[in-house]
Design a protein around this ligand. Structure first.
Ligand SMILES: Cc1cc2nc3c(=O)[nH]c(=O)nc-3n(C[C@H](O)[C@H](O)[C@H](O)COP(=O)(O)OP(=O)(O)OC[C@H]3O[C@@H](n4cnc5c(N)ncnc54)[C@H](O)[C@@H]3O)c2cc1C
Length: 521
């Protein structure tokens, strides 16, 4: 059943057994897992079924650290959440991502990859990726020639990413949730406070507010915050009536260890002989993409964070050989392939006409010879307590403090990137394939600026740890110290690895749903 929160009588208390806050990848996944159970579930979603500006503006905030996408652009606040515009690139975290690496401070999860394996299987179904393997050997004949050169394997290797269609959670799973008798979804409903008992050891009810002024309460036995990494932190820090530093923040950890994947062009490979070694990886494999990574042995020997990059045909200046015309054609085709009407069709046609010469060159470069290869990286960020989601002084339309995002990198992040690029250069030189021109910023010691952006992958802020002194949730994603409050989403990641986050977010959500089902039985 779907209900409009604006119609709920003011100040009433809606009762449920389990309350989920946020209908994005994590929230919808869990609600689906609860369909048909004997307990009552209430799914609280800030937005409606479609995008609207006023609700979206609740996501505005300030970037007070490194540059990134604006906070109201990097997320979507309506049914389906940010999956309404995610790209679908997917890969599970590798076993080593879960391990404690002595050279990476704060690394190590309280669970292993084997603990998550069965849930990854189920999560792949949710994001509509079927019958795939992550074993690169199965794709060796198809991946671009660059990855088959003899120098691959020792320190550098290809790794496989698969693409979800991408699954639009809101659209695909809406009807199932509407039909489910035990699931009530409230739209236009913003959780603005979490009330607790006096020692803040038990959540007692949630305050829900609508932009039209209505407000009511939700009382449940068990609550799950699934509002996205940054908003989940904001909700906890805003719930400060009993625990004045924010709910669950006894050790000043809520909001700390915020991570993203720093994304930038880090350099350009100048090939000894212009060749079509790169011919776009995605094009070669359809829904599967090959990325360049450093091998586990190399990472361990060098004592650095993990690295991955996509390789793009480039001119000798390292510029991506992609103009507006090419991007427009890609956009139109991507939409059509997903049976969606292309947004801004007229604008795209205009771009194609205006950039027709560029489009012809881009296509020639894509399918012909190219002199260079741009290395576009999204690398692992080392956990850093000073990289934080904070509450700023400004308030939104519901009276909540907006977010100040203080995203920061460390010297180990910088060293890891520089070393990764040097290793690529060394291997290319050894093999006589070409030379590497590394971006000036990568070679500098400057940590105050960043020439790229985050890769839309918000993580950390309520990290998972067995010890309440080093993390906000335990291995079951339950908040340390608050018996009936759980968190689903990327905020629980202790480290961010090199894989895109959503597959792991969905796997963890299914694992949490199983845990809740067992508790409620
Ligand atoms: C442009 C873009 C491209 C991306 N591409 C990829 C990709 O290729 N691969 C990948 O793995 N990931 C990708 N991502 C990231 C992916 O979208 C997120 O990892 C994923 O959506 C996170 O799921 P979530 O459920 O934690 O949060 P969300 O999907 O953001 O859902 C959170 C939900 O909570 C609701 N909400 C927020 N606050 C409240 C409140 N106070 N009360 C009630 N409801 C609330 C929101 O409206 C929203 O519906 C991309 C993201 C962007 C922006």
């Amino acid at each position: 059943m779907i209900l409009d929160a604006r119609q709920i009588p003011r100040d009433t208390v809606v009762e449920a057994d389990v309350c989920i806050v946020g209908a994005g990848a994590a929230g919808i996944t869990m609600a689906r897992e609860f369909i048909g159970q004997s307990f009552k579930v209430c799914l609280i979603e800030s937005g409606g079924l479609e995008f609207d500006e006023r609700t979206q503006s609740l996501y505005e905030g300030k970037l007070v650290g490194l540059p990134d996408h604006d906070l109201d652009v990097a997320r979507l606040r309506y049914f389906g959440g940010s999956t309404n515009h995610w790209g679908g690139s997917s890969r599970p975290f590798d076993p080593s991502d879960f391990e404690q690496r002595p050279w990476i401070p704060y690394s190590g999860w309280p669970i292993t990859r084997a603990d998550l394996d069965p849930f990854y299987e189920r999560a792949l179904h949710v994001i509509e990726i079927r019958d795939v393997t992550w074993d690169v050997a199965s794709y060796m004949d198809e991946i671009p020639a660059f990855y088959r050169l003899p120098f691959m394997g020792r320190r550098l290797a290809p790794a496989i990413w698969h693409k979800s269609p991408p699954t639009r959670f809101g659209r695909l799973y809406r009807d199932e949730l509407i039909r489910a008798p035990n699931i009530s979804t409230y739209l236009h409903a913003n959780v603005t406070d979490i009330e607790t008992n006096d020692p803040a050891s038990l959540a007692t009810r949630l305050r829900v507010a609508c932009l039209d002024g209505n407000q009511f309460w939700v009382g449940a036995k068990l609550y799950i915050l699934a509002a996205g990494a940054i908003e989940t932190v904001r909700t906890l820090l805003s719930a400060d009536k009993v625990q004045v530093t924010g709910l669950g923040n006894g050790y000043d950890l809520v909001g700390r260890f915020y991570m993203n994947h720093p994304q930038m062009d880090a350099g350009v490979i100048l090939l000894s002989t212009p060749d079509n070694l790169t011919a776009t990886p995605a094009a070669a494999l359809g829904k599967t993409t090959a990325h360049l990574i450093l091998t586990e042995e190399c990472i361990e020997k060098e004592r650095i964070a993990r690295f991955r990059a996509l390789l793009y045909p480039a001119d000798l200046e390292g510029n991506w050989v992609r103009g507006k015309g090419y991007s427009a054609v890609r956009s139109i085709f991507r939409r059509l392939r997903n049976a969606e009407f292309p947004h801004d069709l007229l604008g795209h046609v205009g771009d194609i006409i205006r950039d027709f010469d560029g489009l012809v060159t881009d296509l020639a470069n894509k399918y012909g010879d190219t002199p260079g290869i741009t290395i576009n990286t999204e690398y692992e960020q080392v956990p850093n307590p000073d990289s934080r989601v904070l509450l700023g002084p400004e308030r939104d339309a519901l009276g909540l403090n907006r977010v100040n995002l203080d995203w920061r990198l460390t010297s180990l992040d910088k060293y890891s990137l520089r070393r990764s690029m040097e290793i690529i250069g060394e291997e290319l030189g050894r093999a006589g394939v070409g030379r590497l021109r590394i971006d000036d910023w990568v070679l500098s010691d400057d940590l105050s600026t960043f020439p790229g952006t985050g890769a839309w992958h918000h993580a950390g802020g309520t990290r998972m740890s067995a010890d309440p002194k080093t993390g906000v949730v335990d291995k079951d994603c339950r908040m340390h110290g608050v018996a009936n409050l759980y968190i689903a989403g990327g905020s629980v990641f202790p480290t961010g690895g090199i894989a895109n986050p959503t597959l792991t977010i969905v796997a963890l959500a299914i694992r949490l749903a199983d845990h809740v089902k067992a508790l409620m039985a």
